[in-house]
Design a protein around this ligand. Structure first.
Ligand code: ASP
Length: 348
């Protein structure tokens, strides 16, 4: 087996993946090519052992379903092993241990760390003390780079099905734009494309931070504030809806935000003549009454891409690990075989 390990650093200027701003278009393309390469492995048509012997340290100090399980699944599908801790209660942080000490200790047990933490900037603190690469799986209202990467990849493939590219697209982004870290990362990452129009709608008090809008504008994109979701849908190729991040708001702020009903539903799409549009959401979707989120009555529309996003999350996170650990496409090919067990798969 060829033992081709590429030299570090792996993500732009650093070996850690903390922000989408570490990406340029070449690195993005390299990651997407790796994601395409590992698709048969993610879809269980073949089995890969490229990360045989490697251990992932998965540290989630905030709730997560998709991000944690898809990172862990991605590592396992590449033949590695996973150790995991969730919440503060079961970690020594409950005994007052600092981020720096925790990070140094756990990085001694692992080959790569994936970290989610409620404080903006905290994952960078983990990285500073770690002896192995650290991947940011969400730092408070800061960034969520792996989500933005899978969102860009999904948007690109959904547009490609329509014979279109991301360049020149109009993307409506609606919901909680203030605390929604996926929006912050996605707008910065999409800024690598050319000539985009962002049409934004958020309730008053949940507006996009000015620095994110400024970032997009400084890269030549149009950022247009809209008075309603209906208005944001005008001419949009895609609508990206987000959940109100209640956990980051005080009771008072939540009450004064005056939110109820659905953010986006079938009736609004029909009224806007947008039933064919690409519908994306980072999930989870808040399905409780009056949650002001994406309604389930859009689920049979052809553009609904939310579960293609979650499936793509595994490929993208596999590609992130391959880059973080310096595995070349040839090494992946040399360690991949036909799936030896018979399974009834749901993949089309
Ligand atoms: N899962 C995403 C995140 O962790 C979006 C959300 O929670 O609403 O940021």
């Amino acid at each position: 087996m060829p033992n081709q390990v590429q030299s570090l650093p792996a993500f732009g200027a650093g070996r850690h993946l903390l922000s989408v701003q570490q990406f340029d278009r070449d690195l993005l393309q390299k990651l997407f090519d790796l994601a395409d390469l590992v698709r048969p492995i993610a879809e269980r048509r073949s089995v890969c052992t490229v990360l045989d012997g490697a251990v992932l340290g998965s540290l989630f100090f905030e709730p997560s379903t998709r991000t944690r399980l898809s990172f862990e699944s991605a590592f396992l599908r590449l033949g590695g092993e996973v150790t995991t801790t969730t919440g503060f209660t079961f970690s020594s942080m409950a005994k007052g241990e600092s981020i720096a000490d925790t990070s140094r200790v756990v990085s001694g047990y692992s080959d790569v760390l994936v970290v989610r933490h409620p404080d903006e900037g905290s994952v960078a603190e983990f990285a500073a003390a770690s002896i192995v690469p650290v991947i940011n799986a969400g730092d408070g209202a800061g960034e969520h780079p792996s989500q933005a990467l899978l969102d860009f990849y999904t948007l690109s493939s959904e547009l490609a099905k329509r014979g279109r590219q991301v360049d020149g697209a109009t993307v409506a982004i609606v919901g909680d734009l203030k605390y929604g870290r996926t929006v912050h990362s996605l707008m910065k990452l999409l800024s690598l494309a050319e000539n985009l129009t962002f049409r934004l709608f958020s309730p008053a008090s949940l507006e996009l931070p000015a620095k994110v809008a400024e970032f997009a504008r400084s890269h030549g994109h149009k950022v247009i504030g809209c008075a309603s979701v209906f208005d944001a849908l005008t001419g949009s190729d895609c609508v990206y809806a987000t959940r109100v991040q209640r956990e980051r708001m005080t009771e008072e702020a939540l009450n004064s935000a005056n939110i109820s009903g659905n953010l986006l539903n079938r009736a609004i799409l029909e009224r806007a003549g947008a039933t064919e549009t690409i519908i994306m959401h980072p999930l989870p979707r808040d399905s409780r009454m009056d949650s002001f989120d994406l309604a389930a009555d859009v689920d049979d529309l052809p553009g609904l891409s939310i579960f293609r996003q979650t499936d793509n999350g595994v490929l993208i996170r596999m590609a992130i690990f391959l880059i973080a650990l310096g595995c070349s496409p040839d090494t992946v090919r040399a360690t991949t075989e036909q799936r030896p067990w018979d399974a009834t798969l749901r993949w089309p």
